[in-house]
Design a protein around this ligand. Structure first.
Ligand code: HEM
Length: 679
């Protein structure tokens, strides 16, 4: 950490005085109403309960004092859109109290602003385009295969042998193959899949973005080695990285609530622990850079050996790391090593943990909703084949796995890893609803609250993946240019409406999604489910997740990947990864809670909304069982209502088809009526 300058000491002292003054001053005129007094204790006591209570007691726009900072908590869709999308130049990252910039990510893409951010985003964009993400799918599949064929297979074998009262060879294997950071006290056949996913997403990030592959990540011999990480992705290193990220995030969560009263350079025990965590991550990242630069030099020397006149330094690598190493500024200068480190650290920290959290929650939800799991497994069997077949997943399969994609979207709705997104007003500004925010106000937009907003979601607390099927099917049909299909007799009016609104602003105004959930009293329209089943087996058009979730999502209240220009650059990466990992997992294993009485994993909100642990029992899927499911799935694809996820009833209003213009007017009228009902 840099030594404090006199100026920084003065800034800290000035900041502390301002925060103390606010404790006794009334809020500025026009500031949103909220609870009296500083709320740090409530926030630290339990962020989810705290923000949910504020929403219940004070509404969707709440003004409060947090660690002496003026903060506004938002779960009102129009105001959230203003902050993240419409006035993204006013609501910036710099100065945000809850998410301070720090020595962890330096001035990387996640925290920078203005021109610096624009240049960084331009540089990183190509590595996250669809074609690039499709290329990473091989790494995702290979790393997942390692996990499933290694420790998960051993766990399932241990469970099988213990249920047959057999010897414990499988159990011994399972003991040897504990994942990084897992507890060894789990019963045979049970693994903390969240710990596994942490290691898996780390391996995927390192392989896909930084070209580091090491299939021995899960081997037991690595775990016993105490060497200092000569192999960057061995279990020991993975465990240290995961734990360093966790320590850094715990630190941020505590500092966020107290608004950095004590600066990072003061050697408090917390600051010292944080510094050590950053140092470990630095070792890893600088190690990656040094190794690649050495490799490039070697390659260059070899090229010159063959052709002495060659001055080319082109590398055979095409990953993000190489793109950053090759990039230059306007003056032709390469990126400074510290800037390079900031970018890599940002991607590592932003991408690894969030993806592991998503997979952890999705696996827990599947285990606790066996019918959904069976339906998703049947879809997977129909697309990938059974566990006994040699076929492996690929990027092209994602577009055929509508239900599984819906499971991922629904997991992200209920347990959004980023449960709060922070910005700071860089000038005095009027907020939708007639409020005035002085410059320096921190605004916390909460995906957690927006995703459970009763005015936008029917049965918001329930896990209902099928609510996403109309949207997914609609996008695919649109991409396939199948407008004609919408006029065919098999498509319900709700679906037509979805298609018409999906291209324009109306999609984000709340009417389409509300109506798509609202017209059936049960779990959605069977036509959507049916067309999604047939989609899953007959088409391969992939989803465009960025466009599906643009602004604040289809109903203006869905933002697991943020919104506006600062949305998540890794959206497509994360969605592809999640669907592929879960598909391979369901192809081979059935997930069950540890016991029938086992509760759902508890959230442990820090900077992100992670589960405490996700211990699940892993059972091998039997090919015979899969074949049956596959057959059911194929039958379901026929025009007969034979779906595993069937609705309780299908009350639909039947309308005689009219000339096109009349029909459009009628749909518009329906949209208005639905929006009014929902409101
Ligand atoms: C489930 C997984 C993920 C979730 C839930 C997630 C969520 C988010 C959210 C909410 C933001 C916006 C933050 C804000 O507005 O302040 C964001 C930004 C970002 N994410 Fe992700 N993310 C995920 C995966 C990834 C992956 C895989 C990567 C890269 C490998 C990544 C890299 C980034 C970066 C670099 C930004 C900053 C973009 C910018 O400001 O231009 N994320 N993410």
């Amino acid at each position: 950490m840099p030594a404090p300058s006199l100026q920084s000491l003065a800034d800290v002292a000035g900041g502390a005085v301002t925060r103390l003054q606010r404790l006794v001053q009334p809020p500025p005129p026009g500031f949103p109403p909220g609870p009296a007094g500083d709320q740090s204790v409530g926030m630290l006591g339990g962020p989810l309960e705290f923000i949910s209570r504020l929403r219940r007691q004070h509404g969707q726009v709440v003004g409060l004092l947090l660690g002496g900072e003026r903060v506004v908590l938002l779960s009102e869709p129009a105001a959230a859109k203003q902050v993240l999308v419409e006035q993204a130049d006013v609501f910036v990252k710099a100065g945000t109290a809850f998410f301070p910039g720090s020595s962890l990510t330096g001035n990387g893409l996640l925290v920078s602003d203005g021109e610096v951010w624009r240049a960084q985003r331009r540089m990183a964009n190509p590595a996250f385009r669809k074609a690039a993400v499709d290329n990473y799918a091989d790494e995702m599949v290979a790393a997942t295969q390692d996990l499933l064929d290694g420790p998960w297979a051993a766990a399932a074998a241990a469970a099988a042998s213990s249920s047959q009262g057999g010897s414990s060879r499988g159990q011994q294997q399972q003991q040897q193959q504990r994942p990084a950071g897992s507890s060894s006290s789990l019963p045979a056949g049970v693994r903390d899949v969240y710990a596994d996913f942490n290691q898996l997403t780390l391996n995927i990030t390192l392989a896909a973005l930084f070209g580091l592959k090491d299939s021995s990540s899960y081997s037991s011999s690595d775990a016993s080695s105490s060497s200092s990480g000569s192999k960057l992705t061995n279990s020991e290193t993975a465990a240290r990285v995961v734990s360093a990220v966790e320590r850094a995030f715990t630190y941020f969560a505590a500092r966020g609530a107290t608004a950095m009263v004590v600066p990072e350079w003061v050697p408090t025990p917390d600051n010292v622990a944080f510094k050590e965590a950053v140092q470990q991550l630095d070792d890893l990242v600088y190690g990656i850079i040094d190794a690649r630069q050495a490799e490039n030099r070697q390659q260059q020397q070899q090229q010159q050996g063959v052709d002495p006149s060659s001055s080319s330094s082109s590398s055979s690598r095409t990953d993000l790391l190489q793109a950053l190493l090759d990039s230059t500024d306007e003056a032709g200068r390469p990126m400074a090593k510290t800037a390079l480190r900031d970018e890599l650290m940002t991607l590592l920290v932003a991408g690894q943990e969030t993806s592991a959290i998503l997979l952890g929650w999705a696996a827990a939800l599947l285990a606790h909703h066996p019918k959904v799991q069976a339906a998703a497994a049947a879809e997977v069997a129909a697309v990938l084949g059974s566990s006994s077949s040699s076929s492996s997943a690929s990027a092209a399969d994602v577009g055929r796995l509508a239900l599984l994609t819906a499971v991922v979207l629904e997991a992200l709705r209920l347990y959004s890893p980023a449960y709060m997104v922070g910005r700071c007003a860089n000038r005095d500004v009027q907020l939708a609803g007639g409020y005035t925010l002085p410059a320096g106000t921190t605004v916390l937009v909460s995906p957690y609250l927006l995703h459970r907003e009763p005015s936008r979601w029917r049965n918001p607390a329930l896990f209902k993946p099928e609510r996403w099927l109309p949207l997914l099917t609609g996008q695919q049909q649109q991409q396939q240019g199948a407008a004609a299909a919408a006029g065919s007799s098999g498509v319900c009016p709700m679906h037509e409406q979805q298609q018409e609104t999906s291209g324009g602003e109306a999609q984000a105004n709340g009417s389409s999604s509300s109506s798509s959930e609202g017209s059936s009293s049960s779990s959605g329209c069977p036509m959507h489910q049916q067309s999604s089943s047939s989609t899953s087996t007959t088409t391969s058009s992939s989803y465009n997740f960025m466009s599906l979730l643009r602004d604040l999502g289809p109903n203006g209240a869905y933002l697991p990947f943020g919104g506006g220009p600062r949305n998540c650059i890794g959206t497509g990466f994360a969605m592809t990864e999640a669907v592929l990992v879960l598909a391979m997992m369901l192809q081979r294993f059935e997930l069950q809670p540890v016991s029938p009485a086992a509760g759902f994993p508890r959230p442990k909100p820090m900077l992100t909304l992670r589960p405490e642990a996700v211990p699940l029992r892993l059972l091998r899927r039997r090919p015979q069982q899969q074949q049956q499911q596959q057959q059911q799935q194929q039958v379901a694809a026929q025009p007969k209502p034979m779906l595993t996820l069937r609705p309780e009833a299908v009350p639909l209003r039947l309308l005689r088809r009219r000339p096109q213009q009349q029909q459009q007017q009628q749909q518009q009228q329906q949209q208005v009526e639905t929006a009014q009902k929902v409101a």
